[in-house]
Design a protein around this ligand. Structure first.
Ligand code: URA
Length: 209
């Protein structure tokens, strides 16, 4: 069963409130999304494996800990997921970045993949999908299915705001995928927007509205 982790550190809650405010412009919005992603990154990577390494400090020999586990791939779902990438790369600069672009065919409601470029060794990597808004759960779930088809085995999903409905969809369809979020909001409106949410994350990131 998926583990859903709500990361509600005071700094994150503060920044998320600024993000929700409709008066926040694109420049501040972008900065806040990256800052929140970076702060969330501590918890998203908390279970990463460490190993002992021998080093020498200026004073004496010592045993330290270093990361040993799998390499990381950060995979934003286009386009809003891009907003969280730089924040995560600040924490994990050696991570590779894949991209997934999907849209829903409005008649069939089936996902159509229009772009997918992943690191070749995706099967060996710890995959962190970034998707600020988990609304219906449809595109996140489709992106996870697509990643699994391409060989990814260890996938976690990182969001800023989730709806309860979206969480239910992804946890039911992908019980092996853990989800990290900074907020769980009440509902979706008739247009599929999260309420209270923060509006259209892609438009607010890129100033397209
Ligand atoms: N996508 C967004 O950007 N915002 C929502 O509220 C729902 C989906």
């Amino acid at each position: 069963m998926s583990k859903v982790t709500l990361i509600d550190h005071p700094l994150i809650q503060h920044k998320l409130t600024l993000l929700r405010d409709k008066k926040t412009g694109a420049k501040d919005f972008r900065e806040l999304v990256n800052e929140i992603a970076m702060l969330m990154g501590y918890e998203v990577t908390r279970d990463f494996q460490l190993e002992n390494v021998e080093i020498e400090t200026p004073i004496c020999k010592a045993t330290g800990k270093m990361l040993t586990g799998k390499k990381v791939a950060i995979v934003p779902i286009l386009r809003a997921g891009l907003g969280m990438v730089d924040g995560m790369l600040k924490l994990i600069p050696a991570a590779k970045v894949g991209h997934i672009g999907l849209y829903r065919n409005e008649e069939t409601l089936k996902p159509v993949e229009y772009y997918c470029k992943l690191p070749q060794d995706i099967a060996e990597r710890e995959v962190i999908i970034t998707e600020p808004m988990l609304a219906t759960g449809g595109s996140s779930s489709d992106a996870i299915t697509l990643l699994k088809k391409r060989g990814a085995k260890n996938i976690r999903l990182m969001c800023l705001v989730c709806s309860k409905q979206g969480l239910e969809v992804v946890t039911n369809e992908h019980p092996d995928v853990d989800i990290y979020t900074a907020a769980i909001d009440e509902k979706l409106n008739e247009h599929g927007y999260i309420v209270p949410g923060l509006g259209d994350a892609g438009d607010r990131l890129f100033g397209t509205k």
